[in-house]
Design a protein around this ligand. Sequence first.
Ligand code: HAM
Length: 421
Amino acid sequence: MKVSKIKGTIDYFGREIKKYRYIEEVARNISKQFGYLEIQTPVFEATEVFARGVGEGTDIVNKEMYTFLDRSNKSLTLRPEGTAGVSRAYVENKMYVEPGLRKLFYFEQMFRCERPQAGRYRAFTQFGIEAIGPGSAYLDADVIYFAYLFLQKLGIKNVKVAINTIGSIAGRARYEEALKEYFSKHIENMCDDCKTRLEKNPLRILDCKVDAKSEIMANAPKIMDYLSEEDKDYFNKVLSSLDALGVNYVIEPKLVRGLDYYNNTVFEFIYDDESSNINGLTLLGGGRYNGLAKELDGPDTDAIGFGTGIERLILVMNELGVMPKFDESADACIITIGESTKLEGIRLTNYLRDLGLRCEIDYINHNLKPQFKLSDRVFAKKVFMKKLIIKTCIITLIIILAVTNLSVCYADGLTDISEIN
Ligand code: HAM
């Protein structure tokens, strides 16, 4: 039977893994600048962590999780997102004992059994940050600014920053009640997804693509009418902080996000290019999730964060032509003549490697032609020829350097690498 990868997964190698690592490097650097420390949680958790954390009424928990029983019949789930696992680790490791914020980042694979399409995979990588501890509107703005700067650093400028507030935990509950009451009168005329969401997650009805333009949707209760004065002030402070930081945003009253743990500020960064067939793709999403630690048996703690999919960033960076050129050339390629010289060639290769150069040698062939082919394959641009007397053999070593112009030089004796440069 022919084996092949699972639909919606990617093998990373060659240039593609360089793109992936480049984004990872930018992510790590910016995390350091903002003072976020790395956290790694297990790739699977007890299913309960996501069911309680992400929420029973969400698409992720209802339809998309890879859940299985282990040998002792315990239900485990491959992590579909990072926030619930990080919050579980925060509680379990008593990270709350020290006062102040715990600022954490992760760069990890996630798993969701979704229908694959452009930018949507079943195994994908998220870079995410979580700031767990005392909340502040200034922190919300700072987290959004982190996301904004990260995309700017990658050269992704065509993004719409959409922002909304869904109110504090109490405000959100009031709004959900109002939505339930309103939509229950119209549910017969709405799509099947909306019917399911009415009981489990009425807020998500606002997210419905099928009924988006209907009159029922247009007349639905507005969050602003259910916010307390405190919630409104909080949101206004987030917005004025973003103004001060120079982040352009659009307030989207229907932006609710698909996970249950959110409250107050929610945001998404959406690819914005009318001419592109991936216009409207969500590149990054996040928000405040006060109370998730408590939901997972920890103290009542504020928190905010975001997650972004690396595969989507690669897609957009390719489209915008902002992926950097990667240096794929070898510094040197050693060419030997005759089998008796091969071992000395290998020693020289490793001498150069020891000095920090990327050096290649053909382990199989002794003829010149295939050895030159290898030097071509490793993108050598400059050729140095060198004669060396070792023991009784005369070895001709050709060191091909990846510098600038293709040229051939002859040199005697090699004692110092500076001779090559
Ligand atoms: P999310 O909106 O589910 O939020 O995912 C965040 C980002 O992950 C998306 O904007 C997208 O770039 C990427 N993503 C999601 N699903 C896929 C997929 N199937 N294939 C490729 N990329 C995907 C969360 O996961 C929250 N945990 C974010 C967060 C962190 N909120 C607070 N802290």
